[in-house]
Write a protein that binds this ligand. Sequence first.
Ligand code: PHE
Length: 360
Amino acid sequence: MKSIEILRTEYLTKIKEASSDAELEEVRILAMGKKGEITLKLRQLGQMDLQQRKDIAPLLNALKNEINQAIANKREALVEEELDAQIRKEWLDITLPGRSRRIGSIHPVNQTIDQAVAIFSAMGFSYAEGPQIETDWHNFDALNMPPEHPARQEHDTFFIKPKDTDNGQPNVLRTHTSPVQIRSMTENGVPIRVIAPGRVYRCDYDQTHTPMFHQIEGLAIDTDLTMANLKWVLEEFCRAFFEIDNVELRFRASHFPFTEPSAEVDIKCSWGDGQLKIGEGNDWLEILGCGMVHPNVLNASGVDLDKYQGFAFGMGLDRIAMLKYGIPDLRAFFESDIRWLRHYGFSPVDTPALHSGLSL
Ligand code: PHE
């Protein structure tokens, strides 16, 4: 039988050397378990005579307490060590700069709409929307294109079957955003300043045309507006949008049934190596149609012709997005190729605003 002193040294050493909770538990069972060495020793007390028991019991109890205490201390130390190790392993330098993670991306057309809205709202234009499935009347008649008007043919219209044959049922996919002019004036009256971005549809398909594309309509009606105001608004818009001071615009006399006089506006650009660049070169790209709103349009919208006059414009949003970001082919805009979107898309947190600069 080992002496108390030997047991003490042996177990204190084993406890000290235990390197995990499991090992420590083994040591505890060896000493204090049902058949543990110290337990057996304590049990033997019963067989001793009184004097012997009186001598040995306090020593054995002291040993038991000491070993129990040592185990408890060691257990606590192990827990702490484990925590230390874990903290060391999971160490994180929170002073490092963040790694940006892209959560989807904003399509260049949406980015362009947001930018255009930011610029025009700073000029006092409010935002309007109209339906994409439009009535014949809003899309044509009210815009001074009665049924036999030759301009209707140029619109390559997609017709749809109305729900019933009653007049006034929507029956075309709008070919331009101009019907929103009519809706805005009839709903809100004049004076008015609105912009209306959105999808439009024409049966056409090549490098610069797709059956669905985007326009932004502008309309300003007041008592004192002239062509000069129109030119200023458009030039100011282009300067802000392209973020270039020397944007050159060319106003060409043109014809639209819903404006008189009318003009088409081209922007100076270069087309070198399949790359479209703005603010340089000798090419012109048409980006919008505009003019003074035709009296028949004002009439159809219930506006007092003696008092009010104004201008309107319709701009190709995809065109100006192509120009600004040097995107050569319009068709790619609508092919939903994720690689294209990753390349040309924008961060969802990059919200355009004039005060912070349009492009961050
Ligand atoms: N709606 C015309 C188009 O789609 C553009 C335009 C709008 C022209 C407003 C003049 C005034 O071509």
